[in-house]
Design a protein around this ligand. Sequence first.
Ligand code: RIB
Length: 298
Amino acid sequence: MRVLIIGSINIDDVFAVGQFVRPGETISCRSYARHVGGKGDNQAMALARAGAEVYFAGKIGEDGRFILDALAGAGVDTSRVAVSGIPTGRAIIQVQDDGQNCILLAPGANKDIRPADIDSFLEGWGSGDMVVFQNEISSMDYALAEAGRRGLTIVLNPSPVTESLLSLPVGRADWLILNETEGQALTDSSDVESIAGLLRGKFPATEIVLTLGDQGVRYEGRNGSSLQVPALKVKVVDTTAAGDCFTGFFLADILEGKDVLTALTTATRAAAICVGRPGAQPSIPTRAEVETFDPEDR
Ligand code: RIB
């Protein structure tokens, strides 16, 4: 099965701070770095580093052409990336000493994706193929409907939470991979314990993978089965892109025909490595690193 990511590309400006800047405050950061990011691009990179055959579609501005080299260098097919008259998406990311982050987005070219772009991205894709979406581009409604009409296996990572997320046809997804914040938004519940069950009831035809931070990850199968895999205890440096890394490695195993428990375990290990390193894309490990990873060493 081939996999196509239709998603965002950002240039990430990352500021390491003791504590997030507060209203009215001006602070100097401890360090600054610029990386390639965006949830779509990060997930494509994670899938590639996990060994999958990956195709990526999205939109950049003229200022983002250099990003294509990084993706192509990792073996990702970028022939479906279009260039917009609008600049590439930007993310201003603050990372605190405890590894938590907050992200301010200027969506740029990611929000210049129109139904006609989706048609051209999906040309030649259909039944037997997988498509992966996040919630950081425009025309999501159309994209989900069109991917469904063409018979692709649809994976949705409904991140970040936006107002428009609540009106998306989420139930069209074959796989929903989400964290507890996204789960709370989709179920209108703040009770973490009940989110998985509420999602199961709301999206009966969808396989649900709910990540719960240091509580691990929960799987609710459409056949009624459920699994829980605990998180690994590691020192957290920067949680940025941990969810993207998890998604990429999980799907790479599923695409290889591995069972869900194996895929959850692989993805948990990959995310544990990712949070131990700074940056979004630079922190995503290779398959070899995940296989030899020993959390006791951290
Ligand atoms: O998930 C992490 C990503 O979110 C960052 O790379 C940033 O670009 C934002 O899209």
